[in-house]
Design a binder for this molecule. Structure first.
Ligand code: AMP
Ligand code: MG
Length: 398
């Protein structure tokens, strides 16, 4: 059986990079940059004041000196004249520094009358002056391809005058649920039926990973039905199905994928929850058959599908952050497979603490609802209280 790392490597080596497109700068939020960004202007474009006060020459700032006020410049204006020896100009935050001045005295540091200011002492040259290019120099390479665009990058692009920018396309991900027992949302489950959960968790996970989900609905456990849906996913970049990948006689997803023309690369990974997971290629399009239990489907999506979607979308960093935490209770992982156990994290005097979110069965979705992360626990291990464990962080820390 493959390790999680081997399986992920096999997957990532086979997923294609999507095309790029130019989009409005705000539409680029959450996507990966497809080109380097070079500054076409300096930020700030000219030296300016960071305070309301007086623009002066540093050499004139002596205790008891009096400087004549020779003008006034507000943000948005251009100074009408320069500042000479013994002179000062009234200046406001963001206004350009007049020629000849190199320093700003904050208004609270001087005694001002209508036409002059008295100084309390010397001031360092360039105090309260934001120099040209102090944020960004012209020609500087400020963003690299593969960078995830967040609010700060969007702001930087706007500052540099980019109304549009080239980013990677979002992956279109078809989601298929399989199983005779499934009643879809909007229909009351009949006798022997259970509600369809996976379609909705998986579509939500696709959205969280920056993809566009396409709902293929529910297919019955019949080869032709599954095969027909797989073929219907032609417009998608990726297909993710759940359930029907074990060894039962109703586990038909692998065969249906093969019949639809997919080459299957792996099956079964040594992990808990999870294990039966299929990955293949339909032409150049990646396809997954995830396990049916809701937690297994979510965890295998998290470990194998999410990094692949990020890679397709041009992202450089594919993994979630991992944090170290101390166990606040005994964490058992019996059996020969590595555990990905749902834990809640809390801040303690001693750093982060972790406790299980309760019953860890792969059908207990509420253990996932309560989880801040997945603790990675080696096989056949009972982690004692107070030991350090590694946790894949799934949400903002409490
Ligand atoms: P299977 O792999 O088909 O044997 O499914 C494993 C378990 O997951 C069974 O108990 C199924 O009823 C359940 N299951 C499969 N698909 C879904 C789904 N879409 N939503 C909720 N439970 C599911
Ligand atoms: Mg089934």
């Amino acid at each position: 059986m493959l390790t999680v790392e081997e399986a992920l490597e096999a997957i990532l080596s086979r997923v294609p990079l999507l095309e790029t497109e130019r989009v409005d700068v705000l539409g680029a939020l959450g996507r990966a940059l497809a080109e380097p960004v070079v500054a076409r202007r300096a930020i700030p474009p000219w030296p300016n004041s960071s305070m309301d006060g007086y623009a002066v020459r540093a050499e004139d700032t002596r205790r008891g000196a009096a400087l004549a006020i020779v003008g006034r410049v507000e943000a948005g204006e251009v100074p009408a004249r320069g500042v000479g020896q013994g002179e000062a100009m009234r200046i406001f935050t963001g206004a350009p520094l007049p020629e000849g001045a190199d320093t700003v005295l904050p208004q609270e540091d001087v005694e001002a009358t209508a036409d002059s200011i008295a100084l309390r002492g010397p001031t360092a040259r360039a105090a309260y002056v934001r120099r040209r290019g102090e944020d960004v120099e012209v020609g500087a390479r400020v963003l690299e391809p593969g960078t995830l665009l967040t609010a700060a990058e969007v702001g930087l692009l706007a500052t540099l005058g980019y109304g549009q920018i080239r980013v990677f396309r979002r992956p279109r991900v078809a989601i298929l649920s399989t199983g005779n027992e499934l009643a879809d949302l909007g229909t009351e489950p009949g006798p022997g039926q259970i509600p369809n959960t996976n379609t909705y968790t998986l579509m939500a996970q696709v959205l969280e990973a920056g993809g566009d989900p396409i709902n293929l609905g529910v297919a019955r456990d019949r080869l032709e039905a599954i095969e027909e849906r797989v073929r219907a996913a032609r417009d998608a970049d990726v297909l993710v199905s759940s359930a029907g990948v074990s060894v039962g006689e109703l586990d038909l997803v692998r065969e249906a994928l093969t019949r639809a023309g997919a080459a299957l690369h792996l099956w079964q990974v040594s992990m808990r929850p999870g294990k039966p997971i299929t990955f293949g290629s339909l032409g150049s399009r990646p396809v997954w058959g995830l396990p049916g239990n809701p937690v297994s489907a979510m965890v295998t999506f998290e470990l194998f599908v999410r990094p692949a979607l990020l890679k397709m979308g041009g992202r450089r960093r594919l993994t979630r952050p991992r944090v170290r935490a101390r166990t606040l209770e005994v964490v058992p992982n019996p059996g020969s497979r590595r555990g990905y156990l749902r834990v809640q994290l809390e801040a303690t005097a001693d750093g982060l603490g972790a406790r299980l979110t309760g019953e860890q069965g792969s059908a207990i979705l509420r253990s996932m609802v309560a989880a801040d992360g997945l603790a990675v626990v080696p096989p056949d291990t009972v982690v004692p209280v107070g030991a350090e464990i590694e946790v894949i962080q799934l949400r903002d820390l409490p």
